[in-house]
Design a protein around this ligand. Structure first.
Ligand code: C5P
Length: 403
């Protein structure tokens, strides 16, 4: 598995109906940690507006070859030099033909000629056009060139109603193929277990105690660890998130379920990251039937749940153990106390009192603490931060935990 973290990806979009999927592809590339700039052909702009891709990529969209203003800013040669990778998705039959012929009649084909970066092509066209001899010859020419990789097309129902080969690959598959073009990352071969999301502690068959954890941070870490080449198992409480590509997922409900799943994985775990918001207490008894309304006041007896990360850190074999400290005050002091008390190797502290960086938000701002020091990280999207955290964790991971 490869790694797109901090890679500069130039996305070329040509004029096919699949151009609407480019918006999602921009997101997927960014979620993998890449910086993205977009070039659109004239045809592409008939299918999706530059404004959409500009807003998503956070950079102006490039389209004109001979535009004075653009050339004064980031002209075609600068763009070609900027890119670590050129992805063309969708690549229409016309674009494949122009690339194969080595034409330079618009910005995208010119940059494709001028860049030393590798080229990943995701073709998309009608199945008959895909099977045409001319297309096959163009593809053979392109595939024979060093640095050119094809992704797709996929098979299925097409926009025109035909069924067959020619659909653009899904954005997640293209982003994965892009990542695989780069060296596998800092956690190559490391077996990682990550807990994520909330736990639910049953009161009766219909009610439970839980919290607002969305699981976003844990899932972003799982994705980043997989991008860095790790073999990742995500032990997740109930959340509404898709499993990141290439990640194993074990679904659990209660803290006890989560502990059992983690203990089962302990023998094959080099790095344990506890990101779950585990309920500290559970009802002392789970009622077999729904509890009925009765007296004006009622109270609930609770018992302590096991501490999952502390159990893993105290047991054998002991992986490298990373915990989280979500606090609303004295964040660093509480985190340092937790680091020592739970015998962790590293703790990631964050302030959850702010709505902008708290449980359900997309952003986070954290500090890393370990027995010998600490490091503050600037506020960033959870997906970006996850890649930074994985890079830091990898730096701290001892050689004995690498296979
Ligand atoms: O004690 P506190 O809940 O603040 O500690 C947070 C850290 O401990 C997190 O890494 C969390 O995943 C982990 N934890 C755990 N099991 C518990 C409680 C917390 O693994 N029962």
């Amino acid at each position: 598995m490869g790694n797109l973290f901090n890679r500069k990806v130039l996305l070329g979009v040509s004029g096919g109906i699949a151009a609407y999927k480019s918006a999602e592809l921009v997101r997927q590339l960014q979620d993998a940690g890449a910086q993205v700039r977009v070039i659109m052909t004239r045809g592409a702009q008939e299918f999706i507006t530059p404004l959409t891709l500009q807003a998503l990529s956070g950079n102006p969209v490039h389209s004109a070859l001979l535009d004075e203003e653009a050339e004064m800013g980031m002209g075609h040669i600068e763009l070609a030099r900027w890119a670590d990778l050129l992805v063309i998705a969708p690549a229409t039959a016309d674009l494949l033909s122009r690339l194969a012929a080595g034409r330079a009649d618009d910005l995208l084909t010119t940059v494709a000629l001028a860049t030393p970066a590798p080229l990943l092509i995701a073709p998309a066209m009608n199945q008959q056009m895909w099977r045409a001899d001319a297309t096959a010859q163009n593809l053979a020419t392109l595939s024979a060139r060093p640095g050119v990789t094809l992704c797709g097309p996929a098979e299925g129902v097409q926009a025109c109603g035909d069924v067959g080969l020619g659909r653009m690959e899904e954005p997640a598959t293209i982003a994965r193929a892009a990542a695989e073009l780069f060296e596998s990352g800092a956690l190559a071969g490391v077996r990682v277990v990550i807990t994520a999301g909330p736990t639910r502690e049953a009161l009766d068959p219909v009610r439970y105690i839980s919290n607002h954890s969305s699981g976003k941070m844990g899932f972003a870490l799982a994705r980043a660890a997989a991008d860095a080449g790790a073999a990742v198992t995500l032990v997740s409480g109930p959340v509404n998130l898709d499993t990141p590509a290439g990640v194993n997922r074990v679904d659990v409900v209660s803290a006890q379920n989560m502990l059992d799943a983690c203990l089962e994985l302990r023998d094959s775990c080099d790095l344990f990251i506890a990101c779950a918001a585990v309920a500290d207490y559970r009802p002392a008894e789970v009622q077999a039937d729904k509890i009925k309304k009765g007296a004006e006041h009622s109270s609930l007896a609770l018992v302590r749940n096991p501490d999952i990360v502390a159990t893993i850190a105290a047991g054998e074999p002991r992986p490298f153990v990373v915990g989280f400290a979500a606090e609303t005050q004295d964040v660093l002091a509480y985190a340092r106390d937790k680091l020592a008390r739970k015998n962790l190797d590293l703790i990631i502290a964050n302030d959850v009192s702010s709505a902008e960086t708290g449980f359900n938000s997309d952003d986070n701002e954290v500090a890393l603490l370990w027995p010998g020091g600490e490091q503050l990280l600037a506020r960033a999207a959870k997906s970006v931060l996850a890649h930074q955290l994985i890079a830091y964790i990898a730096e701290h991971l001892p050689a004995t935990k690498r296979n």
